[in-house]
Design a protein around this ligand. Structure first.
Ligand SMILES: Cc1ncc(COP(=O)(O)O)c(C=O)c1O
Length: 396
């Protein structure tokens, strides 16, 4: 039966990891993989998380199953983190939630839940979007189409084009939005854009599905969800997939939530059983560990402050790397406007250079990035900035 199978081509980004590892150039720079790195290139465990892990180890006395929704305090904590502790939607118990295996799990369960709701739904994703959105959503049996998003000439959001597409959508459409720190472009929606999207959702009847994997890594924990909170306050129904991979550094613990907002508390209760049922049919229950740690961090005043400070310093570091990179590029008089680097948010930026230039950076300078020219800004450090800017000067 398996004789007919051929190996699938390697995932391009994972292929970069292997190529980088094997590269013997001491000056090599990895700007490919989307994980936060500190000045030494290390993806450290956050101190607040380490302390929570210690406390959890000392107090956990059983490994029996937890309930199907996951760690309840964690899910409630994330609801408040994203929507605000004072959210009237939360106070009215209009949001059901489920712990999921990472943001990917949330996107997958959310998509499968949607596919149970209605036949022939189409999920609209930004052009471009995070590569894994496509397989995650289509594996749940939903159709995928793209709406215009990034303008390569301005390196910013082309909102007029996006809005014109949204104006054509209706109740059989789901619009996937990046809550903040758009991956791969770093080009975020403005608050006015979120206002317009809320208006459109109400007028056209499409359902927003927000993917938020970088809360706190852009302009701040609250600033980054201003748009999402506004949208939630305006629409009756929406979905939110959250991830604790980046902002708690819990990548391998697979920690996320799916939140579903609906019209009233009794519908929210029904939905909770539905999303738990989707999870049950896939993997039964989410891994709990990461949820326990985030629950501890969010509900202990000292640990929460420590986590907020740690996250803030990560965001500040990324911003200063953006400023420093732009400065180095400008010092070299490179014949291309890179000023968008400091306007974009979060860990990623599209450099807007050609595939050939990306390949030259890799082959001649051992600087690794996705073919699209997406770089992980957090992969830079003060030592390699001159080298990267010199290399850009040589290829652009
Ligand atoms: C836009 C976006 N959404 C969701 C995720 C999901 O992350 P995870 O499944 O690791 O929590 C990521 C991770 O890179 C992402 O970039």
């Amino acid at each position: 039966m398996f004789d007919q199978l051929n190996a699938l081509p390697a995932d391009p980004l994972l292929g970069l990891i292997g190529a980088f590892r094997e590269d013997s150039n001491p000056d090599k720079v990895d700007l490919g993989v989307g994980v936060y790195k500190d000045e030494t290139g290390h993806t450290a465990i956050m101190t607040s998380i380490q302390k929570a892990a210690k406390r959890h180890m000392e107090t956990e006395n059983s490994k029996t199953y937890i309930g199907p929704g996951g760690v309840v305090g964690f899910v409630e904590g994330i609801k408040q983190l994203v929507l605000g502790a004072d959210s009237s939607i939360l106070m009215d118990s209009r949001v059901s939630g489920l712990q999921t295996p990472g943001g990917c799990g949330a996107l997958r369960v959310g998509s499968e839940f949607l596919s149970r709701m209605k036949e022939d739904l189409t999920v609209w994703v930004s052009d471009p979007t995070w590569a894994n959105h496509i397989p995650l959503i289509s594996a749940a049996g939903l159709k995928i189409k793209t709406y215009p998003y990034f303008d390569n000439t301005t390196s910013a959001v082309n909102f007029d084009a996006m809005d014109a597409k949204l104006a054509e959508l209706g109740p059989s459409d789901i619009v996937l939005l990046h809550g903040c720190c758009h991956n791969p472009t770093g080009a975020d929606l403005s608050f006015e854009h979120w206002q317009r999207i809320a208006e459109r959702a109400n007028k056209q009847g499409f359902i927003p599905f927000v993917d938020i994997a970088y809360q706190g890594l852009g302009d701040g924990i609250i600033e980054d969800v201003k748009g999402v909170r506004y949208l939630s306050s305006q629409v009756e129904e929406m979905l939110i997939a959250t991830s604790c991979s980046k902002n708690y550094g819990l990548y391998r613990e697979r920690t996320g939530t799916l939140l579903v907002q609906t019209k009233n508390a009794s519908q929210a209760k029904a939905i909770e059983t539905q999303i738990q049922d989707v999870a049950r049919a896939n993997y039964s229950m989410s891994p709990a560990y990461g949820g326990f740690l985030v629950d501890i961090v969010l509900h202990d005043a000292a640990l929460r402050t420590e986590w907020e400070n740690e996250l803030n310093s990560m965001a500040v570091r990324v911003k200063s790397l953006r400023r420093n990179l732009l400065e180095k590029i400008e010092q070299r008089g490179i014949n291309k406007d890179f000023s968008f680097i400091t306007q974009q948010k979060g860990m990623f930026t599209y450099l807007g250079i050609t595939k050939e230039q990306v390949q030259r950076l890799r082959n001649e300078f051992s600087i690794y990035m996705a073919d699209s020219s997406r770089i992980n800004v957090a992969g830079l450090n003060t030592h390699c900035l001159d080298y990267v800017a010199d290399a850009l000067k040589a290829v652009v």
